[in-house]
Ligand binder design. Structure first.
Ligand SMILES: *[C@@H]1O[C@H](CO)[C@@H](O)[C@H](O)[C@H]1NC(C)=O
Ligand SMILES: *[C@@H]1O[C@H](CO)[C@@H](O)[C@H](O)[C@H]1NC(C)=O
Ligand SMILES: *[C@@H]1O[C@H](CO)[C@@H](O)[C@H](O)[C@H]1NC(C)=O
Length: 320
């Protein structure tokens, strides 16, 4: 046996050993789906995303995943949410987590800073599309795709915005009261809404984009909640429903394709798409309020925490 031949054999052996080790390592990373094909498919799905949050839903399964549409420049709002309703916590032993949905900008520095932010907080979800208001539908669908691909073991998903107050405690309580954990789509339900044709409106939609005179039933994009089984269904049907720029109406179109009708979660009104005047007893009995600035959110949250002992007369602070 020559020296060269021996070295060749040794190299081959090392190569094979390395391959086996990598294969075994990838196997431990993917838990139940250990085959090479599964590992590759999972890697490829992940590679479609620029940023993903630091969570393994199969091991550390959340009850509720809150997805918040956000933009690069809203760092103060993200920070306020991380310190208040978006903080990872257990509510009645159920885990609630909050992640932010982002697109891309044309400034590379922004991307570097977002990657850094995700390294620190591990709560960003991002794909490669231009982050504009008219691309909001893509942003929401990205969140639903993420939930379906990487967190299908969770029970519920909420989609909301950065300028919202979310009473996660009351929401979890109401979701737990519901016996079934499937086929739920809820929020501030809008029936018989008409498309706005005035070109100056923020919600303008042309007849070319949406010719019908009425929208299907949908829930206000300020905050809607659905059982995670619907993430897969909505994602799948969205591949064949032409995109329109109104994100909440678009999800309504997907639901009507699926014959799913939004339903109320409570007999009282709990989802508000407008700003509700703050009071401790009022806010204990709602799930969402809109147009909340980061400093207001921090203030309200502190007030709610400080008045944990306050008893509210039942019924006296109903807002609906
Ligand atoms: C890119 O973003 C950084 C950070 O916000 C800013 O300082 C810089 O001026 C931006 N560059 C351009 C070309 O807009
Ligand atoms: C949406 O994102 C795509 C992909 O980056 C981009 O080409 C397109 O211009 C964006 N659309 C709008 C309306 O901003
Ligand atoms: C996905 O959508 C296609 C067409 O929209 C439909 O035929 C198929 O049954 C759907 N699959 C699932 C699992 O929902």
């Amino acid at each position: 046996m020559t020296m060269a031949y021996f070295l060749f054999q040794a190299k081959t052996l090392i190569f094979i050993a390395l391959f086996v080790l990598i294969y075994l390592y990838l196997g431990t990373q993917s838990h139940t789906e250990g085959t090479a094909a599964h590992v590759f498919a999972r890697w490829k799905r992940k590679a479609d995303f620029l940023l993903v949050p630091e969570i393994n839903c199969k091991v550390d399964t959340p009850f509720l995943v809150i997805l918040v549409t956000s933009t690069y420049d809203q760092l103060d709002a993200r920070m306020a949410i991380r310190e208040t309703w978006g903080k990872e916590r257990l509510i009645q032993y159920r885990k609630v987590v909050t992640f932010f949905l982002l697109g891309t900008t044309t400034n590379n520095t922004h991307q570097t800073l977002l990657a850094k932010e995700n390294k620190q907080y591990g709560d960003l979800i991002q794909k490669n599309f231009l982050d504009t208001y008219r691309n909001l539908t893509l942003k929401t669908l990205m969140g639903i795709e993420w939930a379906h691909q990487f967190c299908s073991s969770s029970s519920f998903v909420m989609k909301t915005d950065t300028d919202m107050f979310v009473n996660i405690f009351y929401l979890v309580e109401l979701l737990l009261k519901r016996k079934s954990k499937t086929s739920l789509f809820t929020g501030f339900i809008k029936l018989h809404e008409k498309p706005l044709r005035g070109a100056s409106s923020k919600w303008y939609i042309s007849e070319a984009e949406y010719p019908d005179k009425l929208f299907p039933p949908f829930c206000s994009g300020t905050g809607y909640v659905f059982s995670t089984d619907l993430a897969h269904k909505i994602y799948n049907v969205s591949l064949s429903v032409p995109k329109i720029s109104l994100e909440d109406v678009y999800i309504g179109l997907c639901l009507s394709e699926l014959n799913i009708i939004p339903e109320p979660l409570s007999t009282k009104r709990i989802f508000f798409s407008e700003k509700v005047t703050f009071s401790v007893c009022g806010f204990r009995n709602i799930v969402t309020s809109h147009r909340i600035k980061p400093y207001e959110l921090l203030l309200y949250w502190k007030e709610l925490e400080n008045s944990a002992d306050l008893e509210c007369k039942s019924g006296s602070d109903d807002l609906a």
